[in-house]
Every structure is written in structure tokens, then in C-alpha cells.
Design a protein around this ligand. Structure first.
Ligand SMILES: Nc1ncnc2c1ncn2[C@@H]1O[C@H](COP(=O)(O)OP(=O)(O)OP(=O)(O)O)[C@@H](O)[C@H]1O
Length: 306
């Protein structure tokens, strides 16, 4: 699938013998442009992610992103409808055709709440967190790690089902580091591919002999949970002020008090955001805690919460 493409006019493309019409630009990521397109045959909307491949390495990375999508068929992981590689006037692009999720990212939902002065009901936090955990579990069970989990990389379906997207940084979960040169390579890679304010402490200063594994995602998951509760990531302000995130992540996260969320949810957050990856829980433990909190959640009390 995905090998045949032709550009039929300025506003229509063909992937796998199916025609898609350009509707509008959606967004621009760090590595790509995303457009809204409509399938001529099925009338459905899709997001077309165009990744600029500057060299062979860039093309290989895009190919890996395609393969990562193909590994999963899970309700909490964005599927790939088709793909193609284009070559025009010496410029190479990888095109990923993805189902369009109209409600947008978790981040855009949280931003709207912040603008309105409202917050997320605990039951909703738990619902979204559970879906993210289910998606992460599927990734970790296959021996992979997402490596760039953050609220802008979680799309929300109309029914609030979270869908993990942007599999461009995903790789094998277990990375054995043998020596300072390898450690520096991993550190440089993380600096480029793992968003700084959601990056796990062990990726800022990679030790010469160590194992990096899927626990990096658990740290980012903690940052996402914090963001759902506080409407900003725990290290967003530090980053914006130009202070050192690498230094800040060495200390335990502080939850601003008074906090209107239950002690159970606050405890869960503190248990996830542990600096030492060996003491950080795995996804199965987190998922069990979320399920048990859902069982005991008495529902929202604050009327300003949605
Ligand atoms: N399937 C989709 N449905 C709706 N919006 C989408 C979809 N895919 C991508 N987008 C939008 O495009 C933005 C960029 O996509 P994506 O994160 O995949 O690109 P990227 O270049 O890897 O970005 P970055 O590395 O900066 O996070 C997303 O934040 C989202 O707003």
C-alpha cells in the first residue's frame, strides 16, 4: 500500500488510486505540514501530514514513522490510511494520510478551559488518562516506546477518546548504552526528538553505561496528567523563563496547594513522577491505579469543572 501517488492538480492528489481534495491547511509541526483533505470516493476528511525529507536519513525516519503506525491497530493509537513518497524538483516528501480528528488535541481542549477559567472534572481526567494508558500499554507490550508523549500529541475524538499520534520519535523501548560516545548520541537524539518540558530526567544526562527504556514515557505521562490537572505542564514555565529544565527535573514535582483534586489522584501523580527510572512504576501499575481511582471517584463537585 502507499507506493503510488500522482499530483493531479494543485488541489487534488491521488494515493493508492484514490483521489483526495485539498480543503485547508491545518497545522505546522516541527518537522511537517498538516493539511485537511477530503476523500473523493468516501467523502471523509483526512489529515495529510507532509514530512520534508532533506536527505536519505530524513526519508528513512519518515519510513520508520510509517512502519510504527503499521505495527498497531488500537483504538487509542492513530491509524494510518495510506502513505506515499514524492520527489519533485529535487525535493523529497513523505505523505502520511491519517483519519482526521476534528476535536483537535488535548492541549487545545485544555487551553480553552484555561481561557474560560474552568478546569477538568476528575472523572474526565481519569477517563482521558485511562485511554492514554491503554494506548501506551499497547506500545510498551510490543517492546516500543513513544518518546514524545505530550498534550499536543494526544488527539481527542468527539466522545473524548484519546488517540496517541505523532509516532515519529517512536523506537525500541530498550536501549543499551555502552560507553560515553553512545550516551552522547542518545542524548543528542533526545534533545532533537523528545520535547524538552516533557523529557524524562535520564535523557538530559545519559549515563555512559545504562539502560534507557519505556520508563521515559511514564515520566511524560506524569507531565500530561499534571497538565490535565493544572492546565499547564509542570516544566512549561521553567522552560518559558529560560531556566534549566534539566536541573528542575532532578527534584520531586510539587503539586500547587490547595489542590481541588482527590488525594488519590495527587498521590498517583507523585508516584509516577519519580526521577530515578528504576523506581518509576510501569504502565500496568499506573493503569491499575487509574481503574481503581475510577471505581472510587465520587464525581465532580465543582460546578466550574467540565
Ligand atoms: N489526524 C489528525 N487530525 C487532526 N489534526 C491533526 C492530525 N494529525 C496532525 N494534526 C495536527 O497537526 C499538528 C502537527 O502534527 P504532528 O505532531 O504529527 O507533526 P510533527 O511535525 O511531528 O509535530 P511536532 O514534532 O512539532 O510535535 C498536530 O499538533 C495537530 O494539531
Amino acid at each position: 500500500m502507499g507506493q503510488s501517488l500522482c499530483i493531479c492538480s494543485r488541489s487534488a492528489i491521488t494515493i493508492d488510486n484514490k483521489r483526495y481534495y485539498f480543503i485547508q491547511k491545518l497545522d505546522e509541526g516541527g518537522f511537517s505540514y498538516v493539511d485537511l483533505v477530503e476523500g473523493a470516493q468516501d467523502g471523509r476528511f483526512y489529515a495529510l501530514k507532509r514530512i520534508l525529507c532533506h536527505d536519505r536519513e530524513g526519508r528513512n525516519e519518515a519510513q520508520t514513522e510509517v512502519e510504527m503506525h503499521r505495527l498497531f491497530s488500537h483504538p487509542n493509537i492513530l491509524s494510518l490510511t495510506g502513505h506515499a513518497f514524492t520527489e519533485r524538483s529535487g525535493k523529497s516528501e513523505a505523505w502520511l494520510l491519517l483519519p482526521y480528528i476534528s476535536k483537535g488535541s488535548l492541549w487545545s481542549v485544555l487551553e480553552k478551559m484555561r481561557d474560560k477559567g474552568s478546569s477538568m472534572a476528575e472523572s474526565r481526567v481519569l477517563h482521558v488518562l485511562r485511554g492514554i494508558c491503554e494506548g501506551l500499554k499497547a506500545i510498551h507490550d510490543k517492546g516500543y516506546a513513544h518518546r514524545d508523549l505530550k498534550p499536543t500529541n494526544v488527539l481527542l475524538e468527539e466522545n473524548d477518546r484519546p488517540v496517541l499520534m505523532d509516532l515519529g520519535s517512536m523506537n525500541k523501548a530498550r536501549i543499551e548504552v555502552r560507553g560515553s560516545r553512545e550516551a552522547m548520541t542518545i542524548q543528542d537524539w533526545a534533545a532533537q526528538r523528545c520535547t524538552i518540558s516533557y523529557r524524562a530526567p535520564e535523557l538530559f544526562n545519559v549515563e555512559s553505561h545504562c539502560i534507557i527504556d519505556e520508563k521515559t514515557d511514564i515520566w511524560s505521562l506524569g507531565c500530561v496528567l499534571y497538565c490535565m490537572m493544572m492546565l499547564e505542564g509542570p516544566y512549561d514555565l521553567i522552560f518559558q523563563k529560560g531556566d534549566s529544565v534539566a536541573l528542575a527535573v532532578q527534584n520531586p514535582v510539587t503539586i500547587p496547594q490547595p489542590c481541588s483534586y482527590s488525594a488519590g489522584l495527587q498521590n498517583l501523580l507523585s508516584s509516577i513522577m519519580v526521577t530515578n527510572p528504576q523506581e518509576r512504576p510501569d504502565i500496568n501499575w499506573v493503569l491499575e491505579q487509574v481503574k481503581s481511582l475510577q471505581g472510587s471517584d465520587a464525581g465532580p463537585v465543582d460546578t466550574n469543572r467540565v
